[in-house]
Design a protein. Structure first.
Length: 379
């Protein structure tokens, strides 16, 4: 019963994030005239708060998993406050606070999912996240209609209610079978430290992905504006939601099932190499093409491959509080990659070519490191 409830909650949660991401990126960049710098700012701030995920294991041991998840439901409050401001920089700061409550609770939620998987970590994770693709897709598409009905206020109000509802379900159905988050042994962080061979390539990949995502809203908006020339703003929001996350999220549903099976059978390092090369090809294909071709390239469901590979490897290599800590540390490492975009907000030149040079360097290094560690017998 709890697995069904968790799948429903995960779907609601990603429906919220689908609305949130597809709206805030265009809203900040285009409607509030913040441009790429505003997107980089909110991206960096969101990842800065994700650093607090390293506390998930400790807080879970002290408060208990269920109580920590329940406390994290307060993440709906910044979304309520966001209804009151239109300054792009201040709004970016307020919205990013929701990442704080998410980051300290998500490792606990994932630990509960993995705790009774009987070794089939890839399958357990793919089942848990199966509805998330549908949720993200529906949220991305619904965003435009919500905006048309009530503007930014209704969008942020809807997000706050969805966030609160999903976390209430997560806390109320927290499984009794979950391994207790007892006080961590001294060697727990040392054990997590042995996972650097996955975490370092992952960090470089996240940096590249966030740089890619930072230029995408402006590019997609521009291409859609050409195709929908003269159409009302509300229609362009709907089209942006469909193009930004609606289609690719649907495609991610079968992709997640396939990735779960691959992660159970093969080394995650192989999947990380494949992910890095796929993101590299996708970035330059997206940047160098126009119209429907660039929009189609953006739809490739690349995220499930790396997400599943890293989560499954960490679950397979740890247990109990060590697992919660490992999952939290993986978020912190990914935050390093996300935070690296912040200095770019001060750069006078932020064109696709400049960003592309950084993306190419980071993805090449990620693929090379993962391939090297794999050749040395790491997993």
């Amino acid at each position: 019963m709890w697995r069904l409830a968790y799948s429903v909650a995960a779907t609601l949660n990603t429906f919220m994030w689908g609305v949130y991401f597809s709206f805030t990126r265009r809203y900040l960049a285009v409607e509030l005239s913040g441009g790429t710098r505003a997107v980089l700012l909110i991206t960096g701030l969101e990842w800065m708060f994700v650093f607090f995920s390293v506390l998930a294991g400790k807080l879970g041991s002290y408060l208990g998993g269920r109580n920590l998840v329940r406390l994290s439901s307060l993440g709906f409050l910044p979304l309520v406050v966001a209804t009151t401001t239109r300054d792009p920089n201040l709004l970016a700061l307020v919205l990013s606070l929701t990442s704080l409550t998410w980051s300290i609770s998500w490792p606990v939620i994932l630990s509960a999912v993995f705790s009774s998987s009987r070794g089939r970590y890839g399958w357990a994770y793919s089942v848990f996240t199966l509805g998330t693709g549908l949720g993200w897709s529906a949220g991305s598409v619904a965003m435009g209609f919500i905006y048309s009905a009530g503007g930014p206020v209704l969008v942020f109000s809807t997000c706050s209610l969805l966030y609160l509802a999903s976390y209430l379900i997560f806390s109320e159905f927290y499984p009794r079978s979950a391994e207790p988050l007892s006080e961590e042994p001294r060697g727990s962080l040392r054990e997590v430290g042995r996972l650097w061979y996955v975490l370092v390539p992952y960090t470089l990949l996240v940096l590249s992905r966030e740089l890619y995502y930072s230029i995408a809203p402006v590019k997609l908006s521009s291409e859609l504006a050409k195709l929908l020339k003269g159409s009302p703003e509300s229609l362009q929001y709907v089209a942006f939601g469909v193009a930004y996350g609606g289609i690719t999220a649907i495609l991610s549903i079968p992709a997640r099932i396939a990735c779960g099976k691959l992660a159970d059978r093969h080394s995650p390092l192989v999947l990380l190499v494949a992910s890095s090369l796929a993101y590299l090809a996708s970035y330059w294909g997206f940047v160098l093409t126009e119209g429907l071709i660039s929009i189609a390239i953006w739809q490739l469901p690349l995220y499930p491959l790396v997400d599943t590979a890293v989560s499954v490897e960490l679950a397979r290599s740890t247990s109990g509080s060590g697992r919660t800590t490992a999952l939290g540390v993986s978020l912190a490492f990914s935050a390093l990659g996300g935070l690296a975009v912040l200095p770019l907000t001060a750069s006078p030149a932020l064109g696709p070519e400049v960003v592309g040079a950084l993306v190419t360097s980071a993805l090449t290094a990620s693929a090379a490191l993962a391939a090297y560690y794999y050749s040395r017998g790491k997993r």
